[in-house]
Design a protein around this ligand. Structure first.
Ligand SMILES: *Cc1c(COP(=O)(O)O)cnc(C)c1O
Length: 438
């Protein structure tokens, strides 16, 4: 991907500085046009028959973000009941939502799920127990159920994000599918959709294998299935040396396979996909200010202390994930960009946050060591932007560690206006549920 070297992602550096002036730091800043563009790419994927694209809202569950995406034409993939509730609050109807969860809802929660199913929510059973618990309702209400398969093969940028192999507990493992079919037949449940999600950041070859495997599973076990849901995990390029998934090519491959399947079996299967990362990752930035600078002597490091770190973007600490850095003067001039081919002319720096935790660095490698990165030398008060932070940034933040408050979220909307979409948390909200001894 070629990037405009004068910009921060697709944003003007002056826009960043303005957002800092108005909303302070740290803040998450999202680019609504970039989000809409990713939605268009996914909706434009080639497909053979019916096609549904669902946004995996755990990647970023903020109401205005969910609305931006659903108004662009995507449906919702929810991973918990509370995500469903947040999607409903964002104005998404139950028929626009699929729930695929490790959770086993009981009591009031189960009644909620059943009420939503009656209104069209698609429920995915992710275990035999979930299937058994939903069977009676599904038959009575005459609503089909989706089944999540654990294909015994997965992919992901790191072991902890691989969701489809033997290490993974997601879905019903391949070896138990026979039992699933038996239970469904005994109870009269129609399994009308087969779902898989093999993990985040997968290589295209694995995604193609995934399609072939899913089609053969549908052929072998699920004669009533009308939809194959291929999950998410489309790779994005956060860093200059990474390559994004070519969704056009993945779609073309899928289209051909679905057509061949139809020619062979007479079944024209609908296709569903569920990207999260791909929709929001590169449209979001963690915007911070330099609050201090230190060095650890000769043979040590040059440190930039930022007012946002692991509590706001946990990915470097969790996965050794790399994010691009942009240094912007407080006046709004770009001082360095990760995408500058001559970046190495700048000094090497380590970026740390304010938490009392040696892992609070945005420049960690996969074994958790701090690794200096080239960037301009900002002054205290200048801005450092951590790019690629729109997915699993705010939604996976460590919130209140060290009693920091959650950073606000700002959206540059599609009309080019900066809008606060989540206020900065107040300390009183952090402590609101505490009960003291006095
Ligand atoms: C997390 C998740 C996704 C999205 O994964 P990305 O890597 O963010 O695209 C899709 N489907 C399911 C079931 C998930 O749990």
């Amino acid at each position: 991907m070629s990037r405009d070297l004068r910009r921060v992602g697709d944003l003007e550096p002056a826009t960043i500085a303005e957002s800092v002036r108005v909303f302070g730091t740290p803040q998450y800043l999202y680019d609504g046009r970039a989000i809409a563009e990713q939605c268009r790419k996914v909706l434009g994927m080639p497909h053979a028959y019916e096609f549904v694209a669902r946004y995996a809202m755990k990647a970023n569950s903020s109401r205005a973000i969910v609305q931006t995406i659903t108004r662009s034409g995507l449906a919702i993939d929810a991973s918990t009941l509370n995500e469903v509730r947040r999607a409903l609050a964002a104005g998404v109807p139950p028929r626009g939502i699929m729930l695929t969860s490790q959770d086993v809802p009981e009591g009031d929660d189960r009644r909620d799920v059943e009420a939503w199913m009656k209104e069209g929510l698609t429920y995915t059973a992710c275990s035999l127990r979930q299937l058994e618990l939903s069977a009676e309702f599904s038959v009575q209400a005459r609503v089909g159920i989706a089944l999540r398969v654990n294909p015994g093969a997965g992919t992901g940028e790191s072991v902890t994000r691989n969701t489809g192999d033997n290490y993974s507990s997601f879905g019903v493992h391949m070896t138990n599918l026979g039992r699933v079919v038996e239970v469904a037949r005994e109870r009269g449940v129609a399994i009308d959709q087969v779902h898989v999600h093999i993990g985040s950041g997968g290589e295209p070859e694995r995604w193609c294998e995934n399609i072939d495997r899913m089609l053969s599973i549908v052929d072998g076990y699920f004669p009533q299935a009308t939809t194959v849901n291929l999950g998410g995990g489309f790779k994005v390029a956060r860093m200059p040396d990474e390559k994004a998934a070519d969704v056009e090519a993945l779609g073309s491959y899928a289209r051909q396979r679905f057509q061949e399947f139809a020619a062979r079996t007479g079944r024209q299967l609908a296709m569903a996909v569920e990207p999260g990362t791909f929709i929001v990752a590169n449209s979001g930035h963690l915007v911070t200010q330099v609050i201090d600078k230190k060095s650890s002597g000769s043979g040590g490091f040059e440190f930039l202390v930022l007012d946002g770190g692991m509590e706001s973007n946990t990915r470097p600490l969790l996965y050794g994930a790399r994010h691009p850095f942009y240094v912007v003067s407080r006046e709004g001039n770009l001082l360095s960009s990760e995408f500058d081919p001559e970046l190495s002319r700048f000094g090497a720096r380590v970026v740390v946050g304010r938490c009392c935790e040696s892992g609070d660095s945005q420049t960690l490698d996969r074994s958790g060591h701090v690794t200096p990165r080239s960037m301009a030398d900002p002054a205290v008060g200048d801005i450092v932007v951590v790019g690629g932070a729109g997915a699993y940034g705010a939604s996976m933040s460590l919130g209140n560690y060290n009693s920091h408050v959650q950073a606000p979220e700002v959206l540059l909307d599609q009309d080019g206006r900066l809008r606060l979409i989540r206020r900065r948390q107040q300390l009183a909200q952090v402590t609101a549920n505490e009960i003291g001894l006095d």
